[in-house]
Design a protein around this ligand. Structure first.
Ligand code: GLY
Length: 449
């Protein structure tokens, strides 16, 4: 059994910790959250302390959850000390850390993505929008180049909104928007596809669908918001597998294969999780973004479906041994609902006691993952400590039963001003007829020539 250190503190890291503990490994977290067991008081940005701790504890694998340490080069730093790391190098992490880098790579590789123009001046961009905007059409999306914690994409409906968004982006994200893209707006459902990539080969996890909007209507707070309205969040819930995705071979041959080839051609091979943020348009899947880590909350829905060893998949990824490997998944559905602090993604209050956790945790087919939580010194009581507080997954033999289970568990939990969306997985349930046409959500290895 292995000694593993997980870097990060969210629901994603809690799900990774749960799965690796289930497999019998010893798991440490830096910094972890209120639900983590072996918490090290080490920040995810403190690469020196993470390296020292990994050496002292003879850590077999450091698993990096969030994008920021990857973009800042944690993998390179730790590997230079001989420590094994699951996650791409700083150069390879450019796929997420720079939208311009990702766009230029996709252009060269012929990967389907909305056509875009690169800008570094808001005056030039404003001129471009004034010249090109057609009255009554909603044609453009503005994307800051750098990491922006989900706040770097603007989807204006009018020219006036677009011009305002340019100014807002420049004011709020001065560094991330030194360069930016204006991309054509495309339409369709969004899905998240995660693949283990070892520099040559890859294996897909079941595709999922995130629900990014807070779900509050412009007219004010709807207690349990319904529908894709309101501000963008880190993700308010996800379900897997999604019947909206049945494009495995297009994605394998038209997107992941070319990414691997191009990254190898520039001598920055890609290893780790490659997250494809796709829009399923009438012309097929288009890449909206790449991420270089597991999705949160997507992985909280996907991991409870995974029968195979997560550690083995990560170890094979790090060692370049994915060729011929398949992942086994349960023939079930998973629905994950995020419980947030009222006010998130803007201002919210922390420190409210959380009740009902044990009742929810002991329900069969329910997984409660901590995110923005803390516990008191005795470790018996939990408090809210972040925007996304908990994420709760229900499993079921149908998508409807998984959804029912998740919400039954959610209803056991309480904290002041809590908020969640009541419609997670409804888009999937509306399209269940598509499930018959889905290829089986198992591994999809491909050896490149
Ligand atoms: N759920 C969106 C993300 O992880 O980026």
């Amino acid at each position: 059994m292995a000694n593993i250190l997980i870097v990060g503190s969210g629901g994603r890291e809690s799900a990774l910790e749960w799965k690796l503990n289930e497999e019998g490994h010893t798991v440490w977290t830096a910094p972890g959250n209120g639900g983590s067991t072996n918490r090290m008081g080490i920040k995810e940005s403190d690469f020196t302390a993470i390296g020292d701790f990994s050496e002292q504890k003879a850590i077999d694998l450091v698993v990096v959850g969030p994008e920021a340490p990857l973009a800042a080069g944690i993998t390179d730093r730790l590997r230079s000390k001989g420590i094994r790391v699951f996650g791409p190098t700083k150069e390879a992490a450019q796929l997420e850390a720079s939208k311009v880098f990702a766009y230029e790579l996709m252009e060269k590789a012929g990967i389907p993505t909305p056509s875009s123009a690169v800008f570094s001046s808001i005056t030039d961009a404003a001129d471009y929008l004034r010249r090109s905007w057609k009255e009554g059409e909603k044609e453009y999306v503005i994307k800051a180049d750098g990491l922006a914690q989900g706040k770097g994409v603007f989807v204006p409906d009018t020219l006036e909104e677009a011009l305002d968004d340019l100014v807002t982006m420049h004011e709020k994200l001065p560094t991330a928007s030194e360069r930016f893209l204006i991309s054509r707006r495309v339409y369709g459902p969004e899905v998240s596809v995660l693949a283990f990539v070892d520099g040559k080969d890859y294996v897909l996890l079941p595709a999922s669908q995130d629900h990014k909007r807070i779900g509050r209507r412009a007219s004010g707070l709807v207690p349990y918001g319904r529908g894709d309205v309101g501000k963008n969040t880190g993700g308010m819930g996800a379900y897997a597998p999604t019947p909206l995705f049945y494009h495995e071979s297009e994605v394998a041959n038209g997107i992941i294969g070319p990414v691997i080839e191009r990254m190898n051609a520039r001598k920055t091979p890609y290893g780790g999780i490659l997250y494809l943020g796709l829009m399923i348009t009438d012309e097929g899947p288009q890449v909206l973004e790449f991420n270089v880590r597991f999705g949160d909350p997507e992985i909280q829905a996907v991991l409870p479906l995974l029968d195979s060893s997560l550690y083995e998949a990560m170890e094979r990824t790090v060692e370049g041994k994915l060729s011929g490997y398949h992942l086994r998944t349960k023939p079930k559905h998973a629905v994950n609902v995020v419980l947030a602090s009222g006010g998130y993604p803007d201002k919210y209050t922390k420190g409210y006691p959380i009740s009902g956790l044990e009742e929810a945790e002991f329900m069969p087919d329910v997984f409660v993952f901590h995110a923005g939580t803390e516990r008191n010194d005795e470790g018996l009581e939990f408090y809210t400590a972040g925007g996304r507080v908990l994420s709760v997954t229900g499993l079921g033999v149908t998508l409807e039963s998984a959804q029912k289970r998740a919400y039954e568990a959610v209803e056991k939990i309480r904290f002041q001003d809590w908020y969640y969306r009541v419609d997670i997985a409804e888009t999937g349930i509306e399209h269940l007829d598509l499930l018959d046409s889905m290829p089986k959500p198992s591994g999809f290895p491909k050896v490149l020539p």
